[in-house]
Each structure stands twice: as structure tokens, then as C-alpha cells.
Ligand binder design. Structure first.
Ligand code: HEM
Length: 401
């Protein structure tokens, strides 16, 4: 029996203390999230992996009581958001998931992603060229936000003029907001994407990713317009907010741990592999793994009844002391393999290679150009975004040097 029945209102400011308490009491507890939704929250590593993979747990939210987002029960979220944007693979079980994942994997190949490296480097260099020694900037605004949104929009063939709108819509959809605001953002995004998909379907195939996705064919099977719109939406949201905060959280962790920053400055060849430690220590996705029990499920001695929402805190699982020694410590040389920041099982993040590539390019260029980078605000006074889904800061004020 847990002593905590509701995550505290200031949970996002320091979730780790809350997770430690919950994890010490048991692998899974029934708690209310700060906005009231009741979930069975998994905080231990071993049980997290079971909850993410057991076939008795479903992601098909259309059949469950809840839709894609955790902040409100289904009734609050009807409308275009549900119909046009939610028929994507992250909301599906096999065999539908298998079919959609197979089709998108044909377009999202490792080769196509690696071919993007020079362009990602160019985008990062352009952003860095706009920043000057001695300036005080919000690193999220100046660097971590524009990099992934530019990359993902280019991947999807979305014109640069629409990127600010996209950022606003996805921000509205991922943070706590009024249902009308969410409906509005979802409706506007759906409308834009429908037109975008229809244009791409009518065009001759070319060698871009989006064209490959639109024309992806598995023995005659293709994605229809609705599936393409939802897929584009998933890629935009999943591929943007996450990478922004992987970069932001990593820079914060480094600036709070100068010895570790020095290691990466001395040995930049460690940067690509260090991504795993940053993902483990402060991954950008926290309580976002929507699933419900189709049947009762035992997790470490606790039975979760059928038709209940089971959410894993990936952030909590990745700091389970039973899995990682000194879990709260940043050690850029540790082997953080096995972390669940990208999920686990059939829904394992499709964009992981792209996220790793963007992280590598971003950190390498940033540390090379600004080796004297420093926080411009006491770390304790930084404000975290009001979301249990995304773990990221509002702003990251730094001094460039
Ligand atoms: C799925 C995390 C970047 C596309 C997931 C899941 C997690 C995750 C935890 C699984 C959720 C679940 O099982 O409920 C992350 C993190 C990222 C990142 C931490 C960056 C640091 C990206 C990027 C893209 C992307 C850059 C695409 C361009 C996807 C897709 C899925 C997914 C399509 C659904 C896969 C499926 O259902 O089979 N991601 N993601 N992600 N991610 Fe990512």
C-alpha cells in the first residue's frame, strides 16, 4: 500500500524524489497524476519492461477508455484530433501495428538517416553561427528547438514558413492546456497535414523520405491518406519535442557536472556513445507510455485489474538502483545500455537513430564552438515544463564563451 495517492502538484520540478519513494514501496502503484487522471504507475525497471511488452497490455486506445493523450479522459478529446491524428502505429497492437511499422520502416531506413548527417551538420552550424561569445541566450530557443524541427520538417517536406505554427501546435498538444485549445491545435494541424499528404500523393515519386513514405508499398499494400496524416503527425510530434529536450537536458546535466563536461571536451569521440547515459539519466519522455490492461496483469506481486491504464515512468525505470549503480550520478563513460528511454519491445522508438545522430551533431558542434559554455542562472531556479509526458525545461539560459 503506497502512502502517495496523488503525484504532488510540484512533481515536475523534482520527479526523482517522488519516483524514489514510489519505487522503494513497490513496482507499481495506483496514483493520480497532477491533473487528476488515475493510472497504475510503474517505476521499477524490470516491471517497466514487462508492462511495455506483455500482450495482455494494449495500446489500442480507440478500444480502451482513453485516447492518445493522458491529460483528459476520452470525452474531453473527441473530434478531429481523435479521428485524423490518432490512427498511427503508436496507438495500435499487432497485426495493425505490424503492418504500419513495416510500411514506414521501408522509407525510414538506416541508410536514409545516415545520409542526412551532412544536412544536420549544416543546420546546426547555421544556428551556431548566429550565436556570439559573451551573449546570454536561451539555448532551447536558439539551438535545441530549431534544430530538430528543421530536420523533421525537411524530412516530411514541410515548408519552412509553417514551422512556427507547427511548434505552437505540438507544444499545445503535449502540455496541459484547456480542451478547446487542444481541439483547435489538433484541428489546424490535421487540416494542414491532409492537404500536405494529398499534394504528395498526387506528385510523381522522388527520392525524398516523404515521397518514399507516401508511395511505400508492401506487396500492393499502401498507407491511405488518413494513415499518412496520422503517421506524419506522429513523426512530427515524436521527432521534435523529444530531441529538443534530450539536447537541453544533456547540456544542463553537463553544466551541473563540470568534471563530466571536461571528459567530453577532452575526448569528443565519446560524445556519440554518451547519448545513452544522457537518455538514461534524464530522458525527455517520462510518463507517456499509454497502455491499458485487457486482462488482469501481475507486476512484481501486484495485480493490476483489467481495463486499467498502466503507465511506465521511463525516467523512474532508468534510475532504478537495482539496474544501475549510483543511478543519480552522471557518468559519461558508463555503459548505460539497456535503458528504456526509447521504450522497449515492438513500439521501440522508430526514430532512435535520427535522435542519436542529432544529439551527436548538436553536442559536438556546441562544445567545440563554445568550450566555456556556462549556466546563466542557478540550476535550482530553472523551471521544468508542466507536463508529465515530456521531461524538459521551459528555458535554459546560458552564457556563451
Ligand atoms: C516511439 C522516445 C525521437 C519517432 C517512441 C517511444 C518512446 C520514444 C519512449 C515508445 C513509446 C511507447 O512504447 O509507448 C523517443 C525519444 C526520442 C525520440 C526519447 C529522442 C531523444 C524520435 C524521433 C522520431 C521518433 C526523432 C522520428 C523522426 C517515433 C515513432 C514511434 C516512437 C514513429 C512509434 C513506434 C511504434 O509504435 O512502433 N519514441 N523518441 N522518435 N518514436 Fe520516438
Amino acid at each position: 500500500m503506497t502512502t502517495l495517492t496523488r503525484l504532488p502538484d510540484d512533481y515536475v520540478q523534482n520527479p526523482h524524489e517522488v519516483h524514489d519513494l514510489l519505487r522503494a514501496e513497490g513496482p507499481v502503484q495506483e496514483v493520480h497524476l497532477p491533473r487528476g487522471l488515475k493510472v497504475w504507475l510503474v517505476t521499477r525497471y524490470d516491471e517497466a519492461k514487462i508492462a511495455l511488452t506483455d500482450p495482455r497490455v494494449s495500446k489500442n486506445m480507440a478500444e480502451g477508455r482513453y485516447v492518445f493523450d493522458l491529460h483528459a479522459p476520452k470525452d474531453a478529446r473527441r473530434g478531429e484530433f481523435e479521428s485524423a491524428l490518432s490512427v498511427h502505429m503508436l496507438n495500435m497492437d499487432p497485426p495493425h501495428h505490424t503492418r504500419l511499422r513495416k510500411l514506414v520502416t521501408k522509407a525510414f531506413t538506416a541508410r536514409r538517416i545516415e545520409l542526412m548527417r551532412p544536412r544536420v551538420q549544416e543546420i546546426a552550424a547555421e544556428l551556431i553561427a548566429k550565436m556570439n561569445d559573451g551573449d546570454e541566450v536561451d539555448l532551447l530557443e536558439a539551438f535545441a528547438f530549431p534544430l530538430p524541427i528543421t530536420v523533421i520538417c525537411e524530412l516530411l517536406g514541410i515548408p519552412i514558413d509553417n514551422r512556427d505554427e507547427f511548434r505552437e501546435w505540438s507544444n499545445t498538444l503535449l502540455t496541459f492546456g484547456a480542451p478547446e485549445q487542444i481541439q483547435h491545435a489538433a484541428g489546424a494541424m490535421a487540416q494542414f497535414l491532409i492537404q500536405h499528404v494529398e499534394k504528395a500523393r498526387a506528385a510523381e515519386p522522388d527520392d525524398t523520405f516523404f515521397s518514399a513514405l507516401v508511395h511505400a508499398d508492401d506487396s500492393g499494400d499502401q498507407l491511405n491518406t488518413e494513415e499518412l496524416v496520422s503517421m506524419a503527425f506522429l513523426l512530427l510530434v515524436a521527432g521534435h519535442e523529444t530531441t529538443v529536450n534530450l539536447i537541453g537536458n544533456a547540456v544542463l546535466a553537463l553544466l551541473k557536472n563540470p568534471d563530466q563536461l571536461q571528459v567530453l571536451k577532452d575526448r569528443p569521440e565519446l560524445i556519440p556513445a554518451s547519448a545513452e547515459e544522457f537518455l538514461r539519466l534524464e530522458g525527455p519522455v517520462n510518463i507517456a507510455t499509454f497502455r491499458y490492461t485487457k486482462e488482469p496483469l501481475e507486476l512484481g506481486g501486484v495485480v493490476v485489474p483489467a481495463d486499467e491504464l498502466v503507465m511506465v515512468s521511463l525516467v523512474a525505470a532508468n534510475r532504478d538502483p537495482a539496474k544501475y549503480e549510483n543511478p543519480d550520478r552522471l557518468d559519461v563513460t558508463r555503459s548505460a545500455q539497456g535503458h528504456v528511454a526509447f521504450g522497449h519491445g515492438i513500439h521501440f522508438c522508430l526514430g532512435a537513430p535520427l535522435a542519436r545522430l542529432e544529439f551527436d551533431v548538436a553536442l559536438t558542434q556546441l562544445l567545440a564552438r563554445f568550450p566555456g559554455l556556462a549556466l546563466a542562472q542557478e540550476p535550482e531556479t530553472l523551471v521544468w515544463r508542466d507536463s508529465t509526458l515530456i521531461r524538459g525545461l521551459h528555458t535554459l539560459p546560458v552564457r556563451l564563451a
